[in-house]
Design a protein. Structure first.
Length: 121
């Protein structure tokens, strides 16, 4: 609905970039691996699973978990804004990982538990 509204009502001379990230997770590298300032999205799932509150979630563990690190999304916003700056059109860009580096939910769980074993809080 937001995209449709932008197409209909925005000033056609105004450069507009809309970035659509998939499920955002902690940072891959910047400012440090695993950094996040929120427990929303996959962070909340990692937290409740990591501390043992949730032991089971209904779903197919072999489905692709379309997760994207927060620092990649942030960098995409900066670069995309610079590229779109003087172009008076609406550009919609997806920020996701499932096509280039697919990760299943079971892999996500295993990587998260492995990380927590080596980085106790």
């Amino acid at each position: 609905m937001a995209e449709r509204t932008l197409r209909k009502r925005r000033n056609p001379k105004l450069p507009t970039l809309l970035i659509r990230p998939s499920i955002i997770i902690g940072a891959a590298k910047e400012p440090m691996a695993g950094w996040t300032d929120t427990i929303s999205a996959a962070g909340g799932l990692s937290l409740v699973g990591g501390i043992g509150i949730v032991n089971w979630i209904h779903g197919d563990p072999l489905n692709v978990a379309d997760l994207i690190p927060v620092d990649i999304v942030s960098n995409m916003i900066i670069v995309g804004t610079a590229i779109q700056a003087n172009k008076p059109n609406l550009r919609i860009v997806h920020s996701a990982s499932s096509h280039r580096r697919p990760l299943t939910w079971i892999d996500f769980k295993n990587y998260t538990f492995e990380y927590l074993k080596h980085h106790p809080y």
